[in-house]
Ligand binder design. Sequence first.
Ligand SMILES: C[S@@+](CC[C@H](N)C(=O)[O-])C[C@H]1O[C@@H](n2cnc3c(N)ncnc32)[C@H](O)[C@@H]1O
Length: 280
Amino acid sequence: MTAAVAVALVAKGLAEAGLEQPRREARQLLSSLGGPDGILRADEVLEEGLLQRYLTAGRRRARREPFAYVVGYREFWGLDIAVGPGVLIPRPETEGLVERALALAPDGARVVDLCTGSGAVALAVASSRADLGVDATDISTRALDVAARNVATLGLASRVRLHAGDLWGALPARTHGHYLVCTCNPPYVEARELGTLEPEVRDWEPRLALVPPGGWLRLYTRLARGAMSWLAPGGWLVAEVGARQGDAVAGILCGAGLCDVRQERDLSGQPRYVRGRRPT
Ligand SMILES: C[S@@+](CC[C@H](N)C(=O)[O-])C[C@H]1O[C@@H](n2cnc3c(N)ncnc32)[C@H](O)[C@@H]1O
């Protein structure tokens, strides 16, 4: 079967599944499996093994499994981050946490990334600055397994350490009060909003990565209270927030005693990050 025919077949399945750009995705799927470009090399006959892998991938995507799970990775901060069921797919707007952490971290600082998932933020920070050491935590051992794979693949094991556990409680006691920057993209979806999300998110991404069991207000409150003792004096907390949560989260950070609290927007103009620092 030629690339053009295979792409048309997969695109038909994706269109029937309701995807908005079925031909484009079908071509991307083929090239991400190492196959030929479906337009420039349309007449190329696909080798049988590749064809079968491609058709299988097409069927998975037609069940609305996220593209990144089907191909096994997502690009984040220029890095190929391995992902799969059990771990959240890093989103482009989360790169804003990385930018802020890099801008706020003094030379040789110790950074912590809470709720690290695939490790995307921690790895982006560590890969950008050789002077920084990063601790990264998650409550999900499944997510940490994926993060560990990413740490190894990117050769960052000497500077990124993973810890399993609940928020700050995952960290070794000896690091208490030492962190100069904390990044966190916690689960912040409300349970009642889950049904409004796209099937790729609602049906495939882990619920623990989306909806915090005790609600997002409680989670940000625990995050901010912990920051008051786990951060070094003058250290920064930078958290990602959901739509319409910025004011409440800023209030939580102020209420916990953090100073210089402010909200910042992502590239699409949405309020997306709240930061504050532990007073010196
Ligand atoms: C929204 S995902 C963020 C993943 C990653 N930081 C990113 O931006 O791609 C939230 C992560 O928090 C983890 N998580 C949920 N509750 C937690 C808790 N109480 N303590 C630590 N991690 C938690 C989930 O397992 C999930 O990996």
